[in-house]
Design a protein around this ligand. Structure first.
Ligand SMILES: [Zn+2]
Ligand SMILES: [Zn+2]
Length: 168
């Protein structure tokens, strides 16, 4: 089948948007699950330039590069899937490493609107350093930080009822 322009755009954009779901899932079930050993240092304060957690970005880059290769030589649609992953990767790093964690020389602090909400929602994710106590696993799609905070407090109370209402 010949790929026309709108196929290419749909594949690229669909993948880029879908990657937020993949990233959410991977963050919640892999990074906060069996892959916690690589993600743990991202939840702990430190002065190191790199984190073990950066290996996840490397894994996604290798996936994207592999798909670019397969897409270029054998299965053309995969080229646009790879492009979608690359675009999501760039948006992810600008948001997560730039805007939220201020790891780049360029350090803008969003004062209002959507960008502020994205930053605050992820800050609520970082309120806990324990792998099972976190909320808010998305990176681009962010819920209301106040609601997230409420959810976090409710989870905390459920886990440790003694903290919320001291036993007599
Ligand atoms: Zn996390
Ligand atoms: Zn983070």
């Amino acid at each position: 089948m010949e790929l026309v322009l709108w196929h290419k755009i749909a594949l690229t954009l669909g993948t880029a948007i879908g990657m937020e779901g993949v990233a959410w899932w991977a963050h919640k079930y892999v990074m906060h699950g069996w892959g916690w050993a690589w993600h743990k240092d991202h939840h702990e304060p430190h002065d190191n330039l790199f984190e073990k957690n950066d290996l996840y970005a490397v894994v996604f880059s290798i996936l994207s590069m592999t798909l670019f290769l397969i897409g270029t030589f054998w299965v053309t649609p995969l080229f646009y899937v790879a492009l979608g992953i690359l675009i999501y990767g760039i948006v992810y790093t600008v948001f997560h490493d730039g805007l939220i964690h201020q790891r780049y020389p360029w350090k803008p602090v969003p004062k209002k609107g959507y960008f502020k909400r994205v930053v605050q929602a992820h800050k609520v994710h970082h309120a806990m350093i324990n792998k099972d106590d976190c909320v808010s696993f998305g990176f681009v799609f962010a819920l209301d930080p106040q609601k997230l905070h409420k959810k976090l407090m409710a989870m905390k109370a459920e886990r440790q009822p003694s903290d919320a209402a001291p036993a007599e």
